[in-house]
Structure formats: C-alpha cells, structure tokens
Design a protein around this ligand. Structure first.
Ligand code: ATP
Length: 365
C-alpha cells in the first residue's frame, strides 16, 4: 500500500514536532526516516499508524484520506519502542495474538504462525517465553507478531536499537531479505545514517520537525541539498575560507577564487575519499602529519593534521595504505580532488552549474 503525507503538521501544545511535511512512500518500498533525536521521526510514524492525529494537513493510505480512520481499520503492522512482547505468553501466543483478536480459526492461526516461525528463522522456539530468547530473536518475534495479520504496511521504530553491534548487522541483512520476500511497504525510523544507507530504497531526512531531503541513499550522499544533510550523511570535511587577494584561504590552504568578493567567507565540504594522500612529500601540494589511522575493515580512515592544526579526514583502502607505505606520526603530502561549496546550514546549495564552476578550480587546492 502507498502512503502520502501532504503538508502535515503536528503540534504538542506549543511544540511543533512536525512542520509542514510532504512525502510519498510507494507501494512495496523500504523507506528510512532518518535524523537526530527530537527531529520528529517517531511522530511521523505514529501519525501513519493512527496513534497520533495531524494538527493540520492530510494523510493518505492507498490514495484514501485516513486522518479520521482508526488504528484498527488502517491494516498496518507496527513495532514501536516500548511495545515489548507479552512476557507471560510463549512465542507462539505472541505471534498469534493479533489473529485471535481478529477471530481467525484455530487451524488457520497454527498455519500462519508456523509459516512466520519458518520465515523468521524461529523454528523450534515456539514454546519459549520472551526471557528465554536473545535480543535479536525477541526483535524478530515482535516483527513476526506485527506481520501475522498480513498488514499492507509495516512500521518499525528503531528496530535494531536495543541489540548489540553484531546482531544489529544480522538483523539489517535479515530485514532487507524479509522485505524482498514479502514485498510489504515498510517505513522504519533510525538515527543511524549507516543503517539507513545500507538498508533502505529511499531515505527521508528530518531535522527539527522539518523534512530536509528525500532521495535514494546515493542521491542524499552524493547530492546533499544543504550542509545539514551533507554533514549528517557520511563523513564530510568542512572548511571555512575567506577570500583575500583573489584566493580563498584558511590557514596554509588556499585556492584561486576568481571573481569572488574580497573579504567574503565561503564554506567548502569534501568527502574523505576525495583526499589523496602520499608518503612522497613532493607528490602533492600540501603537507600534514598522519595523526591517526582507524581500521574499519577493508577501508581505513586517516586523520591528517596540517602544521597550523587543521584536521582533515581521508579514506583509503587497506591495499592502498600498504602500497603507499604510510605510517602514523609521519609527514605526508595531500591534495583535495573535489569539493562542494556549501551554503549556510538550512539553505539550499548553489545550483549544480555554480558548484561545477567552483569545482573546476578545485585542482588548485
Ligand atoms: P528520537 O530519535 O529521540 O526518538 P524523533 O525524531 O523520533 O526523536 P519525536 O519523538 O517525533 O522525535 O519528537 C519530536 C518532538 O516532539 C520532540 O521535541 C519531542 O519532545 C516532542 N514530542 C513528541 N511526543 C510528544 C508528546 N506526546 N507530547 C509533547 N511533546 C512531544
């Protein structure tokens, strides 16, 4: 089922939790609502579920306005934080709960629960109680319970929040698989950008109740609309420069800025992968000390510090690191291959053509 929010606002007394938000989730999509704490993500999810009513604006499910439709009539499955499993019920009874309420026949309930136990990798655990399960298993039972009555939409609030890093990773992969298998329209809330990038088809980014950007993981990463999104998604180096004598400068870094007004300040952002590093001091124009190397698996994050104390984050592969013979606390040379000129936080970035123009003299950095 598709979902549409049209100019939706929600206030709690004087608090504007969600301000004039519009977006659409297509049939069968897997969409992440992402943003810092207090951004309004849970409130949006609760409005879709029917647990909160918008103060203004309209909500549509499958093209029908549902502002006044009750939770029960919306045919939505959800797992909210704090909606724990029923402790005194077995796994079987937890999953069967919604079906009993809907007065399904006993045999149909047994079939459906059996099907879900299999699908969720919970075979053999039907008679256990929640306290006899791992965190990841509990979370899967909770999702199985919400899916039992075959809802058209699945809503998950921080579904991987309460489990450790390894299980979190397993659950992410499992959710993608489950979504592929069931094809149910799914919206989940997270404040973890990596999770949103890895799991979802599209990401809706919120900050302070406003929708900052909506797009595929690639779009929001490569074409952030503003500085907030640029900094929130992935790692972004940001430098503030001032134009003097035709060059934009910050400490020892400078680059040509033809036509920019003297004294103007501008901010640039560049991703760690855009920084080229070499142990050969003559190779690139700038010098820095390699302060730290963080191992992230196949990729390494490098922290460089220029003589004046600017910190630049770079990212390279393990192979490159060995090939380049880099070592901590040694001097390196570096250059920045490409960057974007950022506007003030909250403003739109300059049009693509302006960015492209600015990028054309990136070589000089
Ligand atoms: P988190 O990641 O911390 O869960 P969130 O992005 O989900 O945050 P919401 O829970 O939607 O944010 O909250 C948005 C704003 O609305 C916050 O300022 C919050 O304090 C406020 N808020 C949420 N629910 C209520 C409520 N029932 N009464 C009053 N204010 C509320």
């Amino acid at each position: 089922m598709s979902i549409e929010l049209r100019n939706v606002t929600k206030r709690f007394g004087d608090v504007p939790a969600v301000s004039d938000v519009s977006f659409t989730v297509g049939e069968g999509e897997l969409v992440a609502l992402l943003g810092p704490s207090g951004g309004g993500k849970t409130t949006v999810l609760r409005m879709i579920a029917g647990l909160e009513v918008p103060t203004s604006g309209d909500l549509f499910i499958r093209g029908q306005r549902v502002n006044d439709v009750s939770v029960q009539q919306r045919n939505i499955g959800f797992v909210f934080q704090g909606y724990a499993l029923f402790k005194t019920m077995s796994v079987f009874d937890n999953i069967a709960f919604g079906l009993k309420i809907k007065k399904w026949k006993k045999a149909d309930i047994a079939d459906r629960v059996g099907e879900l136990l299999k699908l969720f990798g919970l075979d053999g655990l039907a008679r256990r109680y929640p306290h006899q399960l791992s965190g990841g298993q509990r979370q899967r039972v909770a999702i199985a319970r919400s899916l039992a009555p075959r809802p058209g939409v699945l809503l998950l609030d921080e579904p991987f929040g309460a489990v450790d890093a390894k299980i979190r990773q397993e659950l992410r992969e499992w959710l993608v698989q489950l979504h592929d298998d069931l094809d149910v329209t799914t919206v989940f809330v997270t404040h973890d950008q990596e999770e949103a990038l890895e799991v979802s088809n599209r990401i809706v980014i919120f900050s302070r109740g406003r929708l900052e950007q909506i797009g595929t993981p690639r779009e929001v990463y490569e074409q952030p609309k503003n500085e907030f999104v640029a900094r929130f998604i992935g790692v972004m180096n940001v430098l503030e420069l001032t134009v003097r004598d035709g060059h934009a400068r910050v400490n020892e870094l400078s680059f040509p800025a033809h036509g920019a007004a003297e004294g103007r300040t501008l901010r640039i952002g560049f991703r760690p992968y855009a920084v080229q590093v070499s142990s050969n001091l003559g190779e690139h124009r700038h010098r820095a000390t390699l302060k730290h190397v963080y191992f992230l698996g196949v990729l390494l994050r490098l922290e460089l510090e220029t003589p004046s104390g600017l910190v630049i984050r770079a990212r390279i592969t393990k192979e490159e690191f060995s090939r380049l013979g880099l070592e901590e606390d040694r001097e390196v040379s570096f250059q920045i291959r490409e960057y974007r000129v950022l506007s003030r936080e909250g403003d739109a970035l300059p049009p693509e053509s302006a960015v492209a123009h600015q990028m054309s003299y990136a070589e000089g950095i």
